[in-house]
Structure formats: C-alpha cells, structure tokens
Design a protein around this ligand. Structure first.
Ligand code: NAP
Ligand code: GDD
Length: 341
C-alpha cells in the first residue's frame, strides 16, 4: 500500500516541491491548509492536482488532532511556520505561537492519535515526524562551517522559536521513543520563493529593470553571507531523513557561502545589467540583529543519507532570473497565486 504523508505548509515553497517529490515516489499526499478562504490554496490546486487537502491550523490543537485522525499518515512533515525573519520582530508572539508552539501542537496530535503515553512508548508502525529546523538557529555563529553539534545563538524571535521546536522534537524522541527528527536546513531558493526573501527580491528586481518596469532596487545589508541551495534538492533530504534506520538530526546545505552583494552581481549579470547603476543600499532595511555568516557542513547527510546538492549557486540565480523575466514578460503577477512555475 502507498505510504501516506501529511504536509503542513503545503502552500509554501517547500510544501510544493516536497509534495511533487512524494507524489513521484508513489505516496498519497495530503496537505494541511488553514483559513476559511485561503487565496494560496488555488495555486496548490492548480499545480498539485493529486494532493488532497485537509483543513487545520498550527494555532489550533483540535484541528491538528482531527487532521491526523482523518489522514492516518505514515509520515508528517511540519513545514508550516511564519518563516520571514523580519516579521518575527513585528509579530514576535504570533511567531512564537505558530513557529514554536505549532511544533508542540503537531507532536501532541501525533502522540495522542498514536496512543503514546509516558508509560506506553511509540512502537513499530509509528508515525514518523519531520521538523523544519533552520540554520537561523546558529545565528551569531560559534564556528564555521556549522554542523549538527554547533551550539545555537539565535538572533531573531524566529530563530528562538525554531530552536524551541528543534529541542522539543529531540525531547519527544527521547521522552516517548518517537521517530521525530529535525532537518537543520540552510537557505534554499527557487522560482517559487516568496517575493519578500532576498534572492527572489533580487531576481524580480533585475527582471523588472531589464523589462523597463522599474529603475532601481533597494536592499538592506549587502555584506551578509548565506549558504544558498536549490529547494528541489532540499526536500529530497527531508524524505531521506524519515527513511533512515534511526531518527537523527541532519544539517542540509551546500558548504559554500556567498554575500548578498555576490548574489546581486550574479543576478544582474544573468539579466545582462550593470548592478551598480540600479542597486541602492538602504539602511532602513537592515535588521535589529543580523546573522552575518552561514555556511553548512553537510558531511553527515552526505555520508549517512547519500544526499548531495545538485544546483550550483550561479545556476540557481540564473534559473530564478530567467523564470522571473519570463513570468513578467507573459504578464504574470508574482504576487498572484496562479504564478508558480
Ligand atoms: P514559506 O514559503 O513561507 O511557507 C510557510 C508555510 O507555512 C505556508 O504554507 C503557510 O501557509 C504556512 N503557515 C503559516 N502559518 C500557519 C499556521 N498558523 N498554520 C498552518 N500553516 C501555516 O516557507 P518555506 O520556505 O516553504 O519553508 C518551509 C519551512 O522550512 C518553514 O518552517 C521555514 O521556517 C523552514 N525553513 C525554510 C528555509 C528556507 O530557506 N526556505 C530554511 C530553513 C528552514 P499559508 O498559505 O496559510 O500562509
Ligand atoms: N529579505 C531581505 N530583503 N533580505 C535582505 C535584504 C532585503 O532587501 N537586503 C539584504 N538582505 C539580507 C538579510 O539581512 C539577510 O542577512 C539575508 O539577506 C537573507 O535574508 P532572507 O532572504 O530574508 O533570508 P533569511 O536568511 O533571513 O531567512 C531565510 O533562511 C532561513 C534559513 O537560514 C528564511 O527562509 C527562513 O525561514 C530560514 O529559516
């Protein structure tokens, strides 16, 4: 019988790629969607016609229990979150509730539905749980590159909420014997990336300037460095983690790091433009506390899971710029739900 997966965050970038990947692998895929009339559901329906939807919200414990009861999943991928770091300063409490406490609610839904108690541990055939942890937890990094043993020093309410979810996942594994793991994923991008994140802001900005739709691009800290990979590669690592013999956490990244300035140079070069004529550095876009440098050591995932990233940084940036030039040339609106390539 096909394995059943339940994905929270199905309307987001990773949810879409993970759903496609699991469908390819023969899974029955269910996506949790929130809201009475969530406008982003239409793009899931359009792009992922074989995914079944179930209503639920990470803020609502009962809805998660109902979703698990209805779907009877073999695997749960918890990708739902408030994921935009600047928003976590503006709505710190909501971020804690969704990105942090949401993990507790999802784990509790699995525990309750599986009949696991302090005296009755998880047995074979249990639901396997994946938590979307983040390199943002490393924050002000203690060492470079960062691996599974690098201590955390989060620099945003988002990073703090993710650290809570990370430790809680570990705790449910240790307390109840649950197959619960965290993937500590470094930044991963694609043509489906939200327009608020820097890679997509830059690819859209370069595309708009190329087509005469804009004359400048305002950015914040150009010196910050990130380890950027392709989202399509990273969702494969999520599935591999849940197929492993034992539940363990893994760092997922490329092992290379580039600055935002290098990202801009690559994107404008891909569009055939001189970036210095158009990019304006704006102090107002700097963050209250910055993560200056992220760079993964993904050795454990390579050795134990056989996972490798397949898209180099320059190809990723070119892919995003080309996709946005095409989208805008065809009259598409990146803020509209139907625009996913
Ligand atoms: P994304 O595009 O921002 O998607 C976030 C998803 O969370 C959306 O589907 C959103 O659904 C859902 N969500 C928000 N509030 C919710 C709630 N109250 N209940 C249920 N779902 C809710 O994020 P992404 O880039 O795909 O990332 C997926 C996960 O990986 C996130 O947890 C993120 O923090 C984490 N992560 C991402 C990266 C990265 O570089 N992309 C790296 C490390 C970790 P709506 O449509 O309803 O808003
Ligand atoms: N968004 C944005 N907009 N970022 C900018 C800008 C700008 O105009 N200018 C410079 N930056 C810098 C930010 O200060 C940050 O250092 C870097 O670009 C990356 O910003 P984002 O693309 O917003 O991503 P992030 O690193 O903060 O967070 C993403 O990656 C995390 C994993 O490390 C998100 O996907 C998180 O959800 C994820 O956990």
């Amino acid at each position: 019988m096909a394995r059943r997966a339940l994905i929270t965050g199905i309307t987001g970038q990773d949810g879409s790629y993970l759903a496609e990947h699991l469908l390819d692998q023969g899974y029955d895929v269910w996506g949790l969607v929130r809201g009475q009339a969530n406008p982003r559901v239409s793009r899931v329906r359009k792009l992922l016609q074989d995914v079944q939807l179930v209503r639920g919200d990470l803020l609502d414990q009962g809805s998660l229990i109902s979703a698990v009861e209805r779907v009877q999943p073999d695997e749960v991928y918890n990708l739902g979150a408030i994921s935009f770091v600047p928003m976590s300063w503006e709505q710190a409490e909501l971020t804690a509730e969704v990105t942090g406490m949401g993990v507790l609610r999802m784990l509790e839904a699995i525990r309750v539905c599986s009949g696991i108690t302090s005296s009755r541990a998880a047995g074979s055939g249990q639901i396997r749980f994946y938590q979307a942890s983040s390199s943002e937890m490393f924050g002000q990094v203690r060492e470079t590159p960062q691996n599974e043993r690098t201590p955390f020093h989060p620099r945003s309410p988002y990073g703090v909420a993710k650290a809570y979810g990370h430790f809680l996942t570990q705790n449910y594994r240790e307390s109840y014997g649950m197959f619960a793991v965290s993937g500590i994923l470094f930044n991963h991008e694609s043509p489906r990336r939200g327009a608020e994140f820097v890679t997509r802001k830059v690819s859209l900005g370069a595309a708009r300037i190329k087509l005469g739709l804009a004359s400048e691009l305002r950015l914040g800290n150009l010196s910050a460095r990130r380890d950027w990979g392709y989202a399509g590669d990273y969702v494969q690592a999520m599935r591999l983690m849940l197929q492993a013999d034992a539940p363990e956490d893994y760092v997922i990244g490329t092992g290379r790091t580039q600055s935002v300035r290098e990202l801009v140079v690559a994107a404008f070069e891909a569009a055939g433009l001189d970036w210095e004529r158009y990019v304006v550095a704006d102090q107002a876009l700097h963050r209250p506390a910055e993560v200056d440098l992220l760079c993964a050591d993904p050795k454990k995932a390579r050795v134990q899971l056989g996972w490798e990233p397949s898209v180099p940084f320059e190809d990723l940036v070119a892919m995003m710029v080309e996709s946005d030039i095409k989208l805008l040339s065809d009259g598409g609106d990146p803020d509209q739900d139907s625009s996913w390539p």
